[in-house]
Design a protein around this ligand. Sequence first.
Ligand code: MG
Ligand code: MG
Length: 248
Amino acid sequence: MITIKSKREIELLKEAGNIVYRTHQYLKPYLKEGITTKELDRLAEEFIRSQNATPSFKGYQGFPGSICTSINDEVVHGIPGNRKLKNGDIISIDIGACYKGYHGDSAWSYPVGDVNEGIQYLLEHTEKALFVGLSKIKPGARIGDIGAAIEEYATHHHLGVVKELVGHGVGTKIHEEPEVPNYGKRGTGPILKEGMVIAVEPMLNLGSEDIYLLDDDWTIKTDDGLPSAHFEHTVAVTKEGYQILTGE
Ligand code: MG
Ligand code: MG
């Protein structure tokens, strides 16, 4: 069931989303060579809890971290650990926070120090693909319009679209209906209505779209070992279009 959120619920979702946004800003200066992903996880968890919120991912289906930290050819769901960031890495950080029972969910990919042109290209166009997808959101549009726009943009820029993982509704649960794929056909899928809240989250690869699951049962990696990026915002459908909830 796709739920329509009340004004009050959207205010709470925005507060949760803002905590996620500020957690990203808080982590940014720490994204330097030598820091471990475990340390980033600890910093994020402390910050989220200092805002009277809880990390949505901690313990979610048994996930051991508070945030997901995915480096280079890791697409998503990287488990924080003793691995250190290196100059030239790309790191995708996915953060969820629950405030007064409502969640916010946003992922962002960052360069560590000086990254090569391929990673710069991947970062630029995956972020743009997110906003191309978001631009389709308005009452009466379809979920398929979002995915079609992202897929078209990514394909035009020769980036692989990860299809096994999708965006989703957000509310009192971190993952709600509907699914929001990063591919699809215009004019298909559920109709968007004012008050729906969804997370749009393209995962694009510099090489092929093919991925595999690591032995840890969480980390998803690219088959060809080329880097991957992930950009995600939680947004509310408004009368005119959409409002980003995981922003300032
Ligand atoms: Mg996320
Ligand atoms: Mg998500």
